[in-house]
Design a protein around this ligand. Structure first.
Ligand SMILES: Cc1cc2nc3c(=O)[nH]c(=O)nc-3n(C[C@H](O)[C@H](O)[C@H](O)COP(=O)(O)OP(=O)(O)OC[C@H]3O[C@@H](n4cnc5c(N)ncnc54)[C@H](O)[C@@H]3O)c2cc1C
Length: 479
């Protein structure tokens, strides 16, 4: 009988777990002889994706939702049989605000991320001055950029839509998603669709309108799909995905508390084997390895075996962020919370960059007689804040909420989660770094990389990326 092929997945974040579940599916469907072990350094699985549940509250430490336009997270939930656990954002009061000039300004309807696609809400919004609006409208006439080199997001948005669009919309919106400095972020790696739209249609506004028309006139194929809201989560939080993968993967060995210190290849009787050395315990041997920790840690693991690859991996930086969740009694709460929350541009001088009105945005996050808010701090534009003690951050957040929303009540609880060097940064030139990384990885048969560092930071991209790593591993092991 053929010997089982042994695979190690190092890192049990969502990327590593998605790869593991792919192996489980192959084992179930095709009885493939694989022995897969997930080696996770911490005491829990899920990595950044971690949900706390207590007293009827659902509090996310890291991500709180995922975008439904990218299909891989919803697809995984379907494969796991938890599609009925998916929940979208609430339909009532779906406005988002931007706090500028000491006022909550409604984000105009019809914005396709950054690009206005509806005239009236855009013309009547007080978020932008008339000069700002005219400048954004000039996108209709500005020629496309000739060279196709990567560019910073700030330069791209300023060139096409002007400085007001950058400061009042793009910067705060993207600070929330990428925790990045728009002056350093790569447009090609973060918003390739904007880069491509400019190249194809010249104008972003014309391009977005053309895409909208195409979608509306496209013949409907297959049965109607359920309508998902732009952001989705699960009834008991994103942690449900992690828990279900663990529960529904009986043939995978999940080992937590096993921190790996080095990975190298060795030749054993003409066959390449991967030697995985834990910080404690004996070395382990595998036919293939998927490395799914953050890139800087993967670099450390490969230092001895692949120094060139390690050096490239170290070019991908990370920044620290903090998320502060506060609960208040609903009775007597001084703010109506009619909306999903607000962004606070850096130019307004607050410590928080955004606040989600969690209990207004998602169902089931707090018991009926409480409200839940979540504030964001840190990131590339104010990383120093994350050096402060949790109590100091809690105070700063409450001061900002008092100034912006007039909240003077004492929270029932305030949970501060500091995510040190947790948010990967796709800098200008990121794609080229990834191409060089891929060239190096190809030199090591049986070595695969996965995770948010490479081709997409969001949960759907990490899931896609875990699937791709598992498929490539299967192809390598069973050519
Ligand atoms: C605060 C925050 C908010 C976010 N919000 C959103 C959001 O709302 N929506 C969204 O789509 N995305 C969001 N993201 C992004 C998304 O959550 C991450 O990109 C994604 O979870 C990363 O998954 P991963 O598997 O690549 O890495 P990780 O989650 O970092 O997993 C890597 C794992 O490797 C383990 N590990 C590290 N070193 C070792 C070692 N030596 N040996 C063994 N194991 C090791 C770690 O313990 C960890 O479990 C957010 C990220 C952060 C930090």
């Amino acid at each position: 009988m053929a010997q089982n092929k042994r695979v190690a997945i190092i890192g049990g974040g969502i990327a590593g777990l998605s790869a593991a579940y792919k192996f489980q599916e192959e084992i179930t469907a095709n009885q493939l002889p694989i022995e897969c072990t997930v080696l996770e350094g911490s005491d829990w699985f899920g990595g950044k994706l971690r949900t706390d549940r207590f007293d009827g509250f659902v509090v996310e430490r890291g991500p709180d939702s995922f975008i439904s336009q990218k299909p891989w997270a919803i697809d995984l939930c379907k494969r796991l049989g938890i599609e009925d656990r998916l929940v979208g954002t609430k339909t009532e009061n779906s406005k988002t605000f931007v706090y500028v000039d000491k006022k909550m300004q409604t984000m105009p309807e019809g914005l396709s991320l950054l690009v206005p696609t509806k005239f009236l809400p855009f013309a009547t919004t007080s978020l932008f001055s008339w000069f700002g609006k005219i400048r954004m409208g000039m996108d209709l006439f500005i020629p496309k950029k000739r060279n196709k080199e990567d560019e910073s997001l700030a330069s791209f948005v300023e060139r096409r839509l002007g400085n007001e669009a950058l400061k009042r919309m793009a910067e705060p919106m993207l600070a929330g998603i990428y925790a990045s400095d728009p002056k350093k972020m790569s447009i090609k790696s973060t918003f390739p669709m904007f880069f491509e739209t400019e190249q194809k249609y010249r104008s972003l506004i014309l391009g977005m309108l053309a895409k909208k028309r195409e979608m509306m006139s496209a013949p409907k194929r297959g049965p109607a799909r359920p309508a998902y809201s732009m952001f989705m989560t699960l009834k008991s939080g994103l942690g449900e995905i992690v828990e279900t993968i663990l529960e529904k993967s009986p043939d995978i060995n999940f080992k937590s508390g096993v921190k790996i210190s080095s990975v190298s290849s060795e030749n054993s009787n003409g066959e390449v084997k991967w030697k995985v050395i834990p910080e404690e315990g004996d070395p382990l041997s595998f036919d293939a390895v998927i490395l799914a920790p953050p890139a800087n840690i993967t670099a450390n693991l490969l230092d001895d075996c692949a120094p060139d690859l390690s050096n490239l991996l170290r070019k991908i930086p990370y920044v620290s962020t903090a998320a502060v969740t506060l609960a208040y009694r609903k009775e007597g709460f001084s703010h109506p919370l009619k909306g999903f929350g607000f962004l606070a541009p850096k130019s307004e001088g607050f410590n928080i960059s955004a606040c989600t009105w969690t209990s207004s945005k998602y169902p089931g996050r707090a018991p009926d007689d409480f409200v839940l808010l979540r504030c964001y701090l840190g990131g590339a534009l104010s990383e120093e804040l994350t050096e402060r003690e949790p109590d100091a951050l809690a105070t700063l957040v409450q001061e900002d909420l008092r100034a912006i929303m007039g909240i003077t009540e004492k929270p029932v609880f305030c949970r501060v989660y500091i995510n040190k060097k947790a948010n990967v940064q796709y800098l200008v030139g990121h794609q080229k770094v990834i191409e060089s990384i891929n060239e190096q990885v190809d030199k090591f048969p049986g070595l695969f990389l996965s995770g948010s560092a490479y081709t997409g930071i969001g949960i759907p991209d990490c899931i896609r990326n875990g699937n791709v790593a598992a498929e490539a591993t299967l192809k390598f092991l069973f050519p």
